[in-house]
Design a protein around this ligand. Structure first.
Ligand code: KIV
Length: 293
């Protein structure tokens, strides 16, 4: 079974190939076809790397969707990157739904997964099922993500039984930051394997692995048959996810080692704003072109 991210294939080739494999049937390459749990499973089987990024609003989701990102995640990281909190803990279910509704409407091809925010995935199982059902009922999103593995197996099973696809999140669990005493690389191979296997057995369609050594990312991927998505988990996984604000350089704070910055959006915004202020101060804006006769 292929487990490496792209097997050396360029990303653009993976995107083009993807448009031909929806539901196993050949599709015209120029038609956007919705990415589903089945598509992701087939991508893993065919060794096509899965791309996933976070999105929290309509224009960003629209841009990422049309760029060919396979999965959009309305992550609870929005508490940190959008709301400016120090952890993911403060964001509420209603706030998640507010953002998920915009992302779900914007995404034409990408599958959209929504995080269950703290403590929706920690209290009674029925409460998690109800919260997950709100995601499908009140937004156009397609699945939920839940932190935890073995100890969450009953919860995952209950949500999947209700007809809601679940992505399990193992390894570093940001919602447990205060128990862990910080954000640390996770190295307990046996526990991590047990978590991923339990999540798959409970019905999770995918396992997200955060912040583990490359070899543990590979071992987990080899141990399960569902796709694995890594963030700081090396390249022997079925796909990769990053927080979009980190990836595009729209963050002022600390960047984890696993982030690759592909742009400098904060720099571009700062420069544009400085030029705007300068143009106002010097009377260059508005000019004739921006004024009515
Ligand atoms: O909330 C989030 O952004 C996440 C990351 C793993 C991408 O869960």
């Amino acid at each position: 079974m292929p487990t490496s991210l792209s097997g050396g294939r360029p990303v653009i080739e993976a995107i083009v190939s993807m448009s031909h494999i929806d539901n196993g049937n050949p599709q015209p390459a120029n038609l956007p076809r919705r990415v589903t749990t089945k598509t992701l499973q087939k991508m893993r089987s065919d060794g096509i790397a899965i791309s996933m990024l976070t999105a929290y609003d309509y224009p960003t989701a629209e841009a990422l969707d049309s760029a060919g990102v396979d999965v959009l995640l309305v992550g609870d990281s929005l508490a940190m990157v959008v709301q400016g909190h120090e952890t993911t803990l403060p964001v509420t279910m209603d706030q998640m739904l507010y953002h998920a509704e915009m992302v779900g409407r914007a995404a034409k091809r990408s599958m959209v997964v929504v995080d269950l925010p703290f403590p929706e995935g920690q209290l009674e199982i029925n409460r998690s099922v109800e919260a997950s059902a709100r995601v499908l009922k009140e937004t156009k999103c397609h699945a939920v993500k839940l932190e935890g593995g073995a100890e969450q197996a009953n919860r995952i099973e209950a949500i999947v039984t209700a007809g809601i696809p679940v992505m399990a999140h193992v390894g570093l669990r940001p919602q447990s930051v205060h128990v862990e005493g910080g954000y640390r690389i996770q190295r307990q191979t046996d526990k991590l394997l047990a978590d991923a296997i339990a999540a798959e057995r409970a019905g999770a369609f995918c396992v997200l692995i955060e912040c583990v050594p490359t070899e543990i990312g590979r071992a987990i991927t080899d141990a399960v048959s569902v796709p694995t998505i890594g963030i700081g988990a090396g390249h022997h996984v079925s796909g990769q996810v990053l927080v979009t604000h980190d990836m595009i350089g729209f963050n002022s704070g600390y960047l984890p080692k696993f982030v690759k910055q592909f742009s400098d959006v904060r720099g571009a915004i700062t420069q544009a704003a400085q030029e705007y202020c300068q143009a106002i101060r010097t009377g260059q804006f508005p000019g004739k072109e921006e004024s009515f006769e």
